[in-house]
Design a protein. Structure first.
Length: 309
């Protein structure tokens, strides 16, 4: 049996561990996510069928490039077809139910991968039921804290756009593309840099909720990322680039071969499961690395192993 690494990992080791765990546990993790996402997907597929979407090949107006771009935005395309073919009432029902399901399902799906990955990191066996049960045991803290994080981030971005628009408009009205307009752009960049900083510092709240029984977990996340901002931010950027590439390739192939059809949506959803799986495995590996660095988990594990022996 492979020994659990109790020392902090390097940037490359975290990426390597992420790929390794994702590969070894791909089947069970994929099925776990598929089970959790099933209600949301089935609801979407039902409305797609009722809206008259083709099973194998959808059609879209415009040229080839426009058709591909439109087909990539499957959620918006479904909403548009529901409104056109079923009416505004059914569109509102679709938006309400799908939003509620997403708010509930996505945090539970992500937490399930975190629970399973934590077992894999310790070379422990796990089952899909254990992962899902572990996620639901923290249901309300996860839902509430995720919603709070979303509200904070949304308000910050809205304020940033509002201030940038006001300052940019005033500056442009005064002297066109002069010093004032350039200063407003610099202000916008600084503002979003600040948002990126706080989002990164608070990013470990999700893992803290699952494993450390706290909510909303913002202060714990701030402690875990102490002195590791650039390390954490850099890993998130790499994870984001990898998932964007995977999503673009898989959704691009789906759009080219199947267009906006029901089967194309199925393939797009399967691609989403794969990227969610990879991101959350990487998140968990990073979370435990930060715990090791900041809370001396390596020493605790060694003491526990010594006592057991």
């Amino acid at each position: 049996m492979e020994q659990l690494q109790t020392k902090p990992k390097t940037f490359g080791e975290i990426l390597d561990h992420t790929f390794s765990i994702s590969k070894k546990n791909f089947g069970p993790l994929f099925l776990t996510l598929l089970i959790i996402f099933a209600p949301l997907y089935i609801f979407d597929y039902l409305f797609m069928v009722l809206s008259g979407i083709s099973l194998f090949r959808g059609t879209s107006g415009g040229g080839f490039t426009e058709g591909v771009l439109n087909n990539l935005d499957t959620a918006a395309a479904t909403q548009e077809l529901v409104a056109t073919n079923l009416g505004i009432g059914m569109e509102m029902l679709y938006l309400f139910v799908s939003t509620v399901l997403a708010i509930i399902i996505y945090p539970i799906a992500q937490a399930s991968v975190i629970v399973a990955t934590s077992k894999a990191l310790k070379n422990e066996t796990w089952s899909k039921g254990q992962a899902i049960k572990g996620a639901f045991s923290r249901f309300w803290p996860l839902i509430g804290s995720t919603a709070l994080m979303g509200v904070i981030f949304g308000v910050a971005v809205f304020i940033g756009f509002l201030l940038f628009g006001i300052l940019g408009g005033i500056s442009f009205a005064r002297d066109g593309f002069g010093v004032g307009f350039i200063m407003s752009i610099i202000f916008g960049l600084l503002f979003f840099a600040a948002v990126a900083f706080f989002v990164t510092k608070l990013s470990m709240f999700f893992g803290a909720i699952v494993f450390q029984k706290v909510a909303p977990g913002f202060s714990k996340s701030w402690q875990l990322t102490k002195g590791r901002f650039w390390f954490t931010f850099g890993l998130f950027i790499v994870f984001f680039i990898i998932t964007i590439l995977l999503t673009s390739v898989m959704e691009g192939v789906s759009a080219l071969l199947l267009g906006g059809s029901l089967l194309g949506r199925v393939l797009t959803d399967l691609a989403s499961i794969i990227t969610t799986l990879f991101m959350m495995v990487g998140y968990t590996v990073l979370f435990f690395d930060l715990k090791t660095r900041n809370e001396a988990d390596d020493l605790k594990d060694m003491i526990a192993s010594y006592k057991e022996s």
